[in-house]
Design a protein around this ligand. Structure first.
Ligand code: ZN
Length: 304
């Protein structure tokens, strides 16, 4: 089996990764494409301890498994459940909730929640190139009020900014407020200096995002103008409506605290819409990523 995995579908997934042994063998290929290597001394003189699914380093005598030092190891979950969760999260167009994962994988809610968040984190890539060419930028409010008790509601809203390169990638970020500084900071952080053009609506926060290299053009939504020649923000607005539908459909009660993770997932899925290796790439990140212990994740992310 080659590590150059083709696009995966569910029957193929079960065929290929339906057992611990198969999952283990695949992780081995991903982690050590040039042969097993000791994580401690990097020696490649390794003996296999078949019965315990471990390796023994002939140089430093360190014993390790393919999941040693990764979060697969720390979770104590069967690998095939990890694989299936990665598949389900990557493939479901509108996102998948921890509740759905709980049912599909027969795990506790706590475990499903942990899996969903770890995998979403792994899907958010940190090294994002700046957008170029023609960019549609827009903002939106997400959420509303959340019921916290009888007749009591808590503000549960966040401001989100988005930029979409035509034919390219998307960036979705939570902003602190609707100010000009927020809008300009977002553009500076995600759009190349020499981008050809930025298209927005007429919100005043966008005024002045143009410079010597980059045109700024607007459509006037208040005057019901949505397209003028090439100028439109329809694509980024389509992303908002997909995102909001996916929140209603899958996440029900969105917690604003988790919004960055959902945005990462959406962003990653969008940017990898043509990537036949999404499944493999996510597993690679999970293998190499630093394992954030469950309790630490819960402390920073979970709802009250
Ligand atoms: Zn060693």
């Amino acid at each position: 089996m080659s590590a150059e995995a083709e696009a995966v579908n569910l029957p193929a997934l079960i065929e290929r990764f339906g057992s611990e042994e198969k999952c283990r063998a695949y992780l081995e290929e991903l982690r050590w494409p040039d042969g097993v290597c000791c994580p401690r001394c990097e020696s490649t003189a390794i003996s296999r301890i078949v019965k315990r699914n471990q390796f023994d380093c002939d140089s430093c005598r360190y014993q390790f498994s393919v999941t040693a030092g990764t979060l697969f190891h720390d979770s104590h979950l069967p690998l095939w459940k990890w694989f299936l969760a990665v598949y389900l999260i990557g493939e479901s167009k509108k996102g998948i909730s921890a509740k759905q994962l709980q049912r599909m994988l027969s795990v506790s809610y706590k475990t499903a929640w942990y899996l969903a968040h770890r995998i979403r984190d792994a899907m958010g890539d940190d090294e994002q190139p700046l957008l170029r060419g023609i960019i549609e930028a827009d903002d939106t409010w997400v959420g509303g009020h959340k019921r916290t008790g009888k007749g009591r509601y808590r503000e549960n809203k966040a401001f989100v900014l988005g930029a979409l390169e035509r034919g390219g990638e998307i960036r979705l970020k939570v902003g602190p407020n609707q100010s000009k500084a927020t809008h300009h900071g977002f553009i500076r952080g995600h759009v190349a200096d020499d981008a050809e053009a930025i298209y927005t609506d007429e919100w005043r926060g966008w005024i002045g995002v143009a410079d010597a290299n980059t045109r700024h053009e607007t459509v006037n939504h208040r005057a019901e103008e949505y397209v003028r020649g090439d100028v439109t923000t329809n694509a980024i607005e389509g992303v908002w409506s997909l995102f909001k539908r996916s929140i209603v459909g899958s996440y029900h009660q969105l917690s604003i605290k988790h919004l960055p993770a959902y945005l990462d997932e959406m962003e990653f899925r969008f940017n990898n819409r043509a990537n036949p290796f999404l499944f493999r790439d996510t597993l690679l990140v999970l293998l190499g990523g630093n394992a954030l212990p469950y309790r630490e994740l819960v402390a920073t992310r979970q709802d009250h």
